[in-house]
Design a protein around this ligand. Structure first.
Ligand code: FMN
Length: 344
């Protein structure tokens, strides 16, 4: 028996197994942010390869929020058709489909035009200085997330993930390091939470009951002037109370410094949040070994395990994990002759 490769039902949504593809930008959507053949082949291959939940790369809710000029977009109704084709393919091959809705804020590199942020502080010397958002613009961006979520529902995604990690716009508002506003959106924890909470509440209003809402967070910032893990646990409790169904626990990205890493380095944060909140979590970060992934879910350190680069290297990671763990019945018929009979 494998707990990793067995199903999991969260609020009525049945995932075929507990392996998640972490959101990863492909930087190939072109100026209009449209789904290309690359995206269709890339995500379909991971669905055929047995991933339980595919979270599509950061997809921009506003053109000026793209992390590169070639990011996927969901700021226009014309983008729904390609996204729907992608979701249909992922479903056809047996995976559930999530989409990460994102806005780069001060870390955006849209190619041309101004960028915006909570405060007028550049992320680094290589980045544009963002213009501080007026309150009216904050409401407009909240609405852009809501409209994007509506489009994502029209395209058929099972899960919507808000990108609240890695120093992008939602995280920028949450962090006292990048948010130095003097108004209702800066200062106290209540104020730092205001922008993310407004987005969650607006998206919740339009989300059908059979779709889940997930938030990716940076549990720690690795920055002296940033928030602490305890602050984030408090924030995460509030996010869960207002309707976040799953927390996708990552770290860092608010500033230029990067931490030392090792296999599973972010797991303790996911585990602690899971224990404190009783909300399903995803652990991610240098998880490449099937035995380790199995241990993490079997010992209730996490509900789901996300893989990033390991799935870029090997779209069939799950099938090979099934072979390594000795679990039969996971290999698609067309690939059967590539595997020993006892694990087909
Ligand atoms: C090519 C690439 C693109 C990425 N793009 C995103 C993204 O769009 N959104 C996001 O939240 N994280 C992004 N990440 C981070 C991954 O989701 C993941 O958290 C990170 O790679 C650590 O997991 P891993 O060690 O299994 O690769 C990206 C990582 C890579 C390698």
């Amino acid at each position: 028996m494998s707990k990793l490769l067995g199903p999991l039902t969260i609020k009525g949504l049945e995932l075929p197994n507990k392996v998640v593809m972490a959101p990863m930008c492909m930087y190939c959507a072109g100026e209009e942010g449209l789904v290309t053949d690359w995206h269709l082949a890339h995500y379909a291959a991971r669905a055929i390869g047995g991933v339980g939940l595919i979270i599509q790369e950061a997809t921009a809710v506003e053109k000026r929020g793209r992390l590169s000029p070639n990011d996927l977009g969901i700021w226009d109704d014309d983008q729904i058709k390609g996204l729907k084709k992608l979701v249909d393919l992922v479903h056809e091959f047996g995976s559930k489909a999530g989409i990460q809705l994102g806005h780069g804020g001060r870390k955006a590199r849209p190619g041309k035009g101004e960028i915006i942020g909570p405060s007028s502080i550049a992320f680094s010397e290589d980045h544009q200085v963002p213009r501080e958002m007026e309150e009216k613009e904050i409401k407009e961006v909240v609405n852009a997330f809501k409209k994007a979520a509506e489009r994502a529902c029209a395209a058929g995604y099972d899960i919507i993930e808000l990108h609240g990690a890695h120093g992008y716009l939602i995280h920028q508002f949450l962090s006292p390091y990048s948010n130095q506003r003097q108004d209702d959106y800066g200062g106290s924890l209540d104020n730092l939470l205001r922008f993310p909470l407004e987005i969650i509440q607006e998206v919740k209003k339009i989300l059908p009951s059979d779709k889940l809402l997930m938030l990716r967070i940076s549990a720690v910032e690795y920055i002296q002037q940033g928030y602490s893990f305890n602050d984030m646990v408090k924030a995460a409790k509030i996010f869960a109370e207002v309707g976040i169904d799953i927390l996708d626990v990552s770290t860092g990205g608010a500033g230029p410094s990067a931490p030392r890493t090792w296999p599973g380095f972010q797991v303790p944060y996911a585990q602690k949040i899971r224990e404190e909140l009783n909300v399903p979590v995803i652990a991610c970060g240098l998880i490449t070994d099937p035995g380790m992934a199995e241990e993490l879910v079997s010992n209730n350190r996490t509900d789901l395990v996300a893989l990033g680069r390991a799935l870029l290297r090997d779209p069939n990671w799950v099938l090979n994990a099934a072979r390594e763990l000795g679990i039969p019945g996971k290999i698609p018929w067309s690939y059967a002759r590539a595997y020993p009979e006892d694990v087909r």
